[in-house]
Design a protein around this ligand. Sequence first.
Ligand SMILES: Cc1ncc(COP(=O)(O)O)c(C=O)c1O
Length: 484
Amino acid sequence: MSLRTCSQRLGAALRTPRPHISRAGRRCYASTATATSNLPADVRQAIENEARLPNADPPADSSTTRLVQSQSPYMVPTYVRPPPMFEQGQGCYLWDVENRQYLDFTAGIAVNALGHCDPEMSKILYQQSQTLVHSSNLYHNPWTGALSQLLIEKTREAGGFNAGKVFVCNSGSEANEAAIKFARKCGRTAQPDGSKHELVSFHNSFHGRTMGSLSATPNPKYQKPFAPMLPGFRYGTYNDIDSINDLVTEKTCGVIIEPIQGEGGVNVADPDFLLALRKRCTEVGAVLIYDEIQCGLGRTGKLWAHCDLPSEAHPDIVCTAKALGNGFPIGATLVTDEVSSKIVTGDHGTTFGGNPLGCRVAHYIVGRLSDPELQRGVLEKEARFREHMSKIQKRFPSVVKEVRGRGLILGMQLNADPTPIVTAARERGLLIITCGTNTLRFVPPLIISDSEIDQGMRILEDAMVAVFEKPGHIEGTDGQQEMR
Ligand SMILES: Cc1ncc(COP(=O)(O)O)c(C=O)c1O
């Protein structure tokens, strides 16, 4: 039995009767001294450390674990999750079923840009749910068009690409799926013999789990169990300008790329690389698709990450989802009028996509996220995060290699496995995720306050002290990122 398990069991034994739990999220335990006095000092220390943790993971005999175990037989085991179960959220905080509070630096994987349960969003959901939830794409409704118009207008205002039309769907994968199909259709229109059908994507990208978006995600772990992938996909090296000419050819109908790779490690595309890619796409008549599902909608301090690029590097299609509904499932594919002109009735469709409930919510969210003041705040918050990060880097120079990213999509590259830090942080009340190889990922709500940043970074530093300066009792739990 590991020291950790041993201390959990003994710790659990000490936790009866059930601790009083305050709204502030502190468990109040009776003294552990008497019950542990005959144990070896290191075990006693481990137990005492754990008992002092505000949010120690629920042990095997907790009500949380019993609830998880009673439900798990009914769910397809697609996810590995850490022990707590969350049932409530407000702003930048979540509460678990034991009523313990956690500061959330994950924002539901870059989704809850306006935080959890934004009051105006809740009101809109309530009102629209009493008006019209769904009527299908057989008929018009006021909100699909209103959302599309707002996305186009705000994209133009923000200095984004020359967007002309929008296709609304339900998720990021579906937004990419539509983009891939639109690129194939453009290729078919240019070359009716079907020879212009190849799609190019890049190593360490993540575009989703449906067969089209998975075919564009060259991660063997994801692709292998479901092989063969769709034919015609080629993979290049991110930021390798020299490889572009061989990679993108007359046979290419589309190129899909994240301007900032999220799951792959918060890798930022070099503007020169994107300029060269755009130039090559134009030369061969291929559609350039920016997957801004994770990095878009204000996260970089601009409406879209590509708004920072010269127009010569702008795409033909932008895919969005995640923050678009602030947690309500919705995605969208924005295209130029040129791309749209190749798409005809019946080429693509969805039952739920564009429903009035989702579109009205997203209409509100896009309005909020395109506010220049909110976007300026993102850059100020980035500076505050970076200040803390450089302090942490100074304290742990052999652990922290570099900090990457832009705005509030930041990655701290470590020389060590970050999963024990994730566990230690969670048990101290901070939720954080990983990505790439040994990268800690910071994608908090964009509304996070200075004091919440300070609080979270203090917890992170404490967690790193626990892992690297008092090693031996923290094991990482898996399931901290989508791409592993
Ligand atoms: C850049 C990017 N594209 C696509 C997706 C897939 O989105 P979804 O999980 O909503 O299908 C993700 C999800 O993490 C993503 O980060």
